[in-house]
Design a binder for this molecule. Sequence first.
Ligand SMILES: Nc1ncnc2c1ncn2[C@@H]1O[C@H](COP(=O)(O)OP(=O)(O)OP(=O)(O)O)[C@@H](O)[C@H]1O
Ligand SMILES: [Mg+2]
Length: 257
Amino acid sequence: MYPHHNRGKSFFNIYQCSELALSRPLRPAHCSPAIISDVPARGKFITFEGLDGSGKSTQIEKLARSLRAHGLSVSVTREPGGTATGEKIREVLLHSATAGLSPLTEMALMFASRAQHIHEVILPALAEGRIVLCDRFTDSTEAYQGGGRKLGIKPVLQLHEILCGNLQPDLTVLLDNEVAFSVERARRRNRGRKNSHSAKDENRFEQENRAFFGRVRHAYLAIAEREPQRVQVVNARGTPGETHAIIMELMRKKLKI
Ligand SMILES: Nc1ncnc2c1ncn2[C@@H]1O[C@H](COP(=O)(O)OP(=O)(O)OP(=O)(O)O)[C@@H](O)[C@H]1O
Ligand SMILES: [Mg+2]
């Protein structure tokens, strides 16, 4: 599952040397919500983005294993969810029986989960010098609610500023693949899970049509174009091992891990 904190060896020295850790804006001067900690973050915040079935969870698990094998302290978490409250919100958002949510309500619930997650999990872990690997973050809201649901970029960025103190990942890995490949993988996975009693129904978005996911992918690629320093597009068509090797290379190059 997704433990909020996995304690291990500290990675403090490497963070101290990092130019990226020093440059991440946590509190823009014009926006200082009370939830955002004054403690300077020393850790690394790495987010994974991409369509349903693009391989985010698979790659996060592999990366966490590799980083821990190097003796690094890693927290793995996810959105929506990552906290007890967030997991309840996740169930509402992802269960296929949830009907009639307006796009604005959907976006508000995503941000409610995120604000709690930042407060309860992400900032404390970063303050401890941990590497936080997060399965989806605000780029998902920009892609799915902004693009897929056509709410546009502006409300997403405004809410991110108000509710999340404009917290920016040090690095975002965008796993990119054709819509048909990704969504088919996710659907195949979900069909397999149906036979398992413990698996939760998280199929609400996967029932959307091809045009919806086309808008989501387009929105993701537009974010990568707008923020090439932060967002690295990774071709997700290869095997899990091939994609993992690309991501490890990115870690070395971008984060000096
Ligand atoms: N590179 C790959 N090649 C083939 N199959 C893969 C690859 N990566 C992951 N898979 C399989 O595809 C399915 C979806 O992968 P995964 O659950 O990691 O995607 P995800 O991006 O986390 O999806 P979601 O957004 O729905 O959580 C899984 O059954 C997984 O085992
Ligand atoms: Mg996943």
